[in-house]
Design a protein. Structure first.
Length: 195
């Protein structure tokens, strides 16, 4: 997700000045790379990977330069401040064979509620998972029920159901690989992504 946000920022910033590209680090200080495949209608294979740099486009050899003390242009900085905050993930764990979150997950529910409330027009994805105890069909059903339980709790907290999506993955996406019919508290979970 961070790489998508970074690429979007690069494209937006590159669009501000038609002849340059600005490459910035992501929220954790890492940056990716941008491939420039054409310059002035000619094939080019330049890779720009220097963070906090501006590269003049249209030249045969892309040569990134540090942003320097002045940093971003005002219109570029304005674009960055208008980007939505990065997605945030929450994981809730469940008692075996139930849709009841563990006691430890209660604080996660409170943090989840606060995060959704802090966003303008949030989108929420709720995905349920199980361990490998039971049949695949039962685990598919239980994982969906867990996701729906969390979604219903969020609705009871005043959030609009149309902004949320719930799905179940059963035992298909194990966080902790295990054999069949193995009880795993780590795999009995619901993952929530807030955008």
């Amino acid at each position: 997700m961070k790489s998508i946000r970074l690429a979007a920022a690069c494209l937006l910033l590159g669009g501000c000045a038609t002849s340059s590209l600005v490459l910035l680090p992501d929220d954790e200080g890492h940056q990716g790379s941008v491939a420039v495949l054409e310059a002035d209608g000619k094939s080019s294979e330049s890779i720009i990977s220097q963070g906090n740099s501006r590269t003049k486009l249209g030249e045969a050899n892309a040569n990134p330069q540090p942003l320097g003390e002045k940093g971003l242009k005002p219109e570029e900085a304005a674009l960055l401040t208008s980007l939505p905050p990065p997605a945030k993930s929450f994981t809730l764990y469940f008692d075996q064979g139930t849709t009841t979150p563990t006691l430890e997950s209660q604080s996660v529910l409170n943090a989840l509620r606060a995060e959704i409330a802090s966003r303008s027009g949030p989108q929420v994805e709720v995905t349920g998972h199980t361990d490998t105890v039971g049949s695949e069909e039962d685990n598919d059903r239980l994982s969906t029920q867990r996701a729906e339980e969390v979604l219903n709790w969020l609705v009871s907290q005043g959030f609009d159901r149309s902004l949320m999506l719930a799905s179940g993955r059963g035992e298909r996406d194990l966080k902790e690989p295990s054999i069949d019919n193995f009880s795993s508290a780590t795999n009995r979970r619901v993952e929530v992504i807030v955008r």
